[in-house]
Design a protein around this ligand. Structure first.
Ligand code: PRP
Length: 207
């Protein structure tokens, strides 16, 4: 039997995703949370797991380098990959929000927004009819308003600790997000039974 290739984003939801897979009986003997291995196997279920950078994961699945992937809805919203989104895994729950100091920006012609989600940011402010300048950053987004580089940020909030410790508050909620299962369209057509079995196994252990 050929392998079903599953991509997981290295980062905050990887550990929870691995726990979920284990509960579903999909076990990778070579996995431990501190391992740097990028490709591991569940020989019994013929699944090859690859760890990729989360932001790149939709590309791996869209291009068919991976048949399926587990990725945050925030990344799906941002990257808009041409894939099937088939299951909400209920892990990695957080919110995409606008945050700042709570001062009014209504006197500004252009509001500057720092974010690693430029597409989500643009469409949210377009809908509100607010003109913005986006400053694309790749991490530590909360720093931008603290040092005067942006008026507000668009970022994900999980516990709220990072905002709180940096004196920022939520100004608007854009979306509730969680990890989703995405599937390459051609893989779904050619490996239908295997993909459906994978989904059935995961569904059985979802709360
Ligand atoms: C994310 C996000 C926030 C933080 C929110 O960053 O960008 O900074 O987590 O989590 P909290 O509400 O539980 O504090 P991440 O840890 O992924 O690192 P990054 O700053 O490098 O993007």
């Amino acid at each position: 039997m050929s392998y079903l290739t599953l991509a997981i984003g290295s980062g905050r939801t990887a550990k929870k995703a691995m726990e979920l897979l284990e509960k579903a009986g999909i076990v990778f003997p070579d996995y431990h949370s501190k391992s740097r291995k990028l490709v591991i196997f569940d020989q019994e279920n013929a699944i090859k797991l690859i760890f990729v950078k989360a932001v790149d994961l939709p590309t791996y699945v869209e291009k068919g380098a991976a048949d399926i992937g587990i990725i945050g809805k925030d990344t799906i919203m941002e990257e808009q990959p041409d894939v099937y989104e088939l299951l909400d895994l209920g892990i990695g729950k957080c919110k995409v929000v606008v945050a700042g100091f709570g001062e009014s920006n209504s006197n500004k012609k252009i509001v500057t927004v720092a974010s690693k989600y430029p597409a989500i940011t643009q469409s949210f402010f377009d809908e509100k009819g607010v003109r913005i300048e986006i400053i694309k950053l790749n991490g530590s987004i909360e720093l931008a308003p603290l040092i005067g580089m942006s008026d507000v940020i668009v970022d994900i909030v999980e516990t709220g600790t990072t905002l709180k410790q940096n004196g920022l508050i939520i100004l608007d909620e854009i979306a509730d997000v969680s990890a989703r299962l995405i599937v390459n369209k051609a893989s779904y057509a050619t490996k239908t039974n295997r993909v459906q079995q994978f989904i059935t196994d995961l569904k059985a252990v979802l709360e």
